[in-house]
Design a protein around this ligand. Structure first.
Ligand code: DAH
Length: 349
């Protein structure tokens, strides 16, 4: 019997050494201490011995039971410590990484593009570094126009190109940061033939002092359509769909005569104030109307520049400021909020 007890002890010690998972140790516990376990079986054999022998054998078995119980307990504790050190404490609450989302201006650009895509307009990108020809000349903006002044546009300093640009009468390749998205009209028409329905969003730059309504970089969306018989009525139709989709069914729209060098006739488009619904309030300067974009019929001079025959094709164009639209939609009073990257502001959209 003593040999048997010794054998079981040695077998247990070997097995506990080889077991490296808490589940394995639990299995050992059942194997040795469970109802049908090895130690339990030994205890049942005591009755086969003479009363004199029983006490001695009983003590041996109980010592073994104690040893196995302790060893299992210790092994379980050290294993669970190892697991915690390796993986961290899996019972602690998890850490959540916050999900980002699109910047409010990107959201507005996407929304505008979606509306026009549904009207069969195609998205095109234009360069932010433009030349003077595409930003001004081709758009029929004369040399003495104030926006061509060095103080009204960011010119890039390249000696070679600055010299070239000064040659009056020649196509100016002087480089600048585009001050409007309208040059995209020229770039597309130079490459493609009508029919065209294009929408183009992006950054534009003007050396304006920054305040609540001005920034030296902002965003515009340009749109235009060219075909054989495009009329002002088409412009009005497309823009009224846009205004209703963007601002709501009950918003009114009006055209005010205006001047742009690259469109003839030209107009500015107003919508009824979203806050006072046209009655007049501080947001609309008591006018009841808010200007949202410039538009018009593309000038024959622009068509001639890109080699189109103004007697055969016609088209409309429009351009709007994205920040302005976003400020109206979200009722934001200061343009600088868009660019400060204050997470408390951005999280609201
Ligand atoms: N490019 C003009 C601006 O920056 C906006 C504009 C007006 C674009 C009329 C157009 C247009 O396409 O037809 O002020």
């Amino acid at each position: 019997m003593q040999q048997k007890i010794k054998n079981i002890r040695e077998k247990f010690l070997r097995e506990v050494e080889e077991t490296s998972t808490p589940q394995g140790i639990e299995n050992l516990k059942i194997k040795y201490l469970g109802r049908k376990g090895e130690v339990t079986k030994l205890l049942k054999e005591i009755k086969n011995f003479s009363p004199a022998e029983r006490a001695g054998i009983g003590k041996l078995i109980n010592d073994l039971k104690k040893e196995i119980t302790q060893s299992i307990q210790q092994r379980l504790e050290s294993l669970s410590k190892e697991v915690k050190e390796k993986k961290g404490d899996i019972t602690l609450p998890g850490t959540f990484s916050s999900l980002g989302h699109l910047h409010p201006l990107s959201q507005i650009i996407n929304q505008i593009e979606e509306i026009f895509q549904r009207l069969n307009f195609r998205i095109v990108d234009g360069p932010e570094i433009e030349d003077e020809y595409h930003n001004f000349e081709a758009l029929n903006i004369p040399l003495d126009h104030p926006s061509r002044d060095a103080f009204d546009t960011f010119y890039l300093k390249s000696k070679e190109q600055s010299a070239k640009g000064k040659e009056v009468g020649k196509r100016s390749e002087r480089l600048l940061l585009r001050s409007q998205t309208s040059p995209v009209q020229i770039r597309v028409m130079e490459k493609e033939k009508p029919p065209l329905r294009i929408i183009s969003a992006g950054k534009v730059y003007r050396p304006d002092a920054t305040d609540a309504s001005h920034a030296s970089m902002f965003h515009q969306v340009e749109g235009f359509m060219v075909d054989e018989e495009v009329s002002f009525a088409n412009l009005k139709g497309i823009l009224s769909i846009f205004v209703k989709e963007m601002f709501g069914e009950d918003v009114q729209m009006r055209f005010r005569p205006h001047y742009f060098p690259f469109t003839e006739p030209s107009a500015e488009v107003d919508i009824s104030c979203l806050l006072c619904k046209g009655k007049g309030c501080s947001a609309c300067g008591n006018k009841g109307w808010i200007e949202i974009l410039g538009a018009g019929m593309i000038s024959p001079r622009v068509f001639e520049r890109v080699g189109y025959d103004p007697d055969k094709v016609s088209g409309f164009a429009f351009g709007m400021g994205v920040e302005r639209i976003a400020m109206l939609k979200f009722n934001i009073r200061d343009i600088r909020l868009f660019f400060e990257n204050d997470i408390r502001f951005l999280q609201q959209f």
